[in-house]
Write a new protein. Structure first.
Length: 366
């Protein structure tokens, strides 16, 4: 079954179709991870995007029920060099092809993914369509140019109701902008009680839950589209410890008065080196984002840069100089990816402990 991948610049890649026969349009991006394709496919941060895998063989260990990062995938399409029709793994319950058909997601294979990736790196993120071999490229290009993607992306992936997970430790409220399941799993692993709330929850509603700390999750799209989160973060800052991840990091920066910008082709993959400003130590990180914080706008915000990306020098971590709050642009819960930065969850709990001690001492002396 022949299929076409058509880009908004008029480029056409002809390959073999798999997955759903559905025609799809979306923003095309690439991810560089060698493993963890299932977690990538189900990461809510990929909402509305066609995902290109730079690793040449995808699907070789199949799909299982345990490694989903969301209840369902939100991607629009999949581009690979080659997909494995006969996966080999004792946990596998579906092949990649069966998974994509189940969720009505089209795929295309047998194209030059290296050429495609170089084009995205050179010209930036592009709009694209996966369609059948008989589609007219000129008509598709015109359609793509007129389309806007990722509108109200966070609203599409955030929980609609509050969810509580029991625990005997610290009570953490997780504001869900498109949170991955393993963020919750890392908190539960540390015996935390976790309350997951919708993205538009107000600071008053969050404080009424009496949390020990608040986490701002990852999520898709432009942080400036989630304007309702800004007053919530501003009202919480200084009252309770905050920890932001990915989109949560960007929203925190906006709430403090900094600005964000769109990266040319984003950071997506499980092999991005990040260096600590203070110690010089470098860790490998998992990342999935298309926007970053503009360092030139940090003056007067009370924020300092704690970590930088070694590939392009962009900000990977922030901390507030007055209030108990810090953020990272990458994913410390990994899934997929290295676990180098996993101790950040412990750092957050330590920050909560120190904040509690300070409040207790203040109460005793006043």
């Amino acid at each position: 079954m022949k299929r076409q991948l058509i880009l908004e610049d008029g480029s056409v890649f002809v390959g073999e179709g798999f997955g759903s026969e559905h025609v799809t349009e979306g923003e095309i991006v690439f991810t560089t991870g060698m493993t963890g394709y299932q977690e990538t496919l189900t990461d809510p941060s990929f909402y509305g995007q066609i995902v290109t895998f730079t690793y040449p063989l995808i699907g070789n260990y199949g799909i299982n029920e345990d490694d989903f990062e969301a209840t369902c995938p939100y991607i629009k399409g999949v581009v690979v060099k080659e997909w494995a029709n006969f996966p080999s793994n004792w946990r596998s319950s579906l092949s990649l092809d069966e998974f994509l058909k189940k969720y009505n997601i089209p795929g295309i294979s047998s194209i030059d993914t290296r050429k495609l990736t170089r084009k995205i790196r050179e010209f930036g993120t592009l709009k694209a369509a996966i369609c059948d071999e008989h589609s007219d490229p000129s008509e598709i290009v015109e359609s793509l140019k007129a389309r806007q993607f990722q509108i109200d992306a966070v609203a599409q992936v955030s929980t609609k109701v509050c969810e509580e997970i029991a625990g005997s430790g610290k009570h953490i409220v997780l504001v869900d902008f498109g949170a991955k399941k393993n963020i919750v799993a890392e908190l539960v692993k540390r015996n935390c009680k976790v309350t997951i709330v919708p993205f538009q929850t107000s600071a008053t509603e969050i404080l009424a839950l009496k949390p020990d700390g608040v986490m701002l999750s990852n999520g898709p799209g432009n942080p400036k589209d989630v304007s309702c989160a800004i007053p919530m973060i501003q009202s919480l800052l200084g009252k309770i410890p905050l920890f932001g991840i990915c989109l949560g990091h960007q929203l925190f920066a906006l709430a403090c008065g900094a600005d964000t910008f769109k990266l040319k082709f984003g950071h997506r993959g499980a092999n991005h080196p990040v260096q600590s400003v203070e110690t010089g130590k470098t860790v490998m990180t998992a990342q999935n984002h298309g926007y970053a914080v503009n360092e030139q706008t940090l003056k007067g915000t009370g924020l300092i840069v704690t970590e930088r990306a070694l590939n392009d020098g962009t900000i990977e971590g922030l901390a507030h100089t007055v209030y108990p709050a810090f953020t990272v642009q990458y994913h410390p819960e990994a899934s997929p990816g290295p676990h180098d930065s996993n101790p950040l969850f412990d750092q957050f709990l330590y920050l909560i402990e120190e904040h509690t001690k300070e409040e207790t001492n203040y109460a005793k002396t006043h």
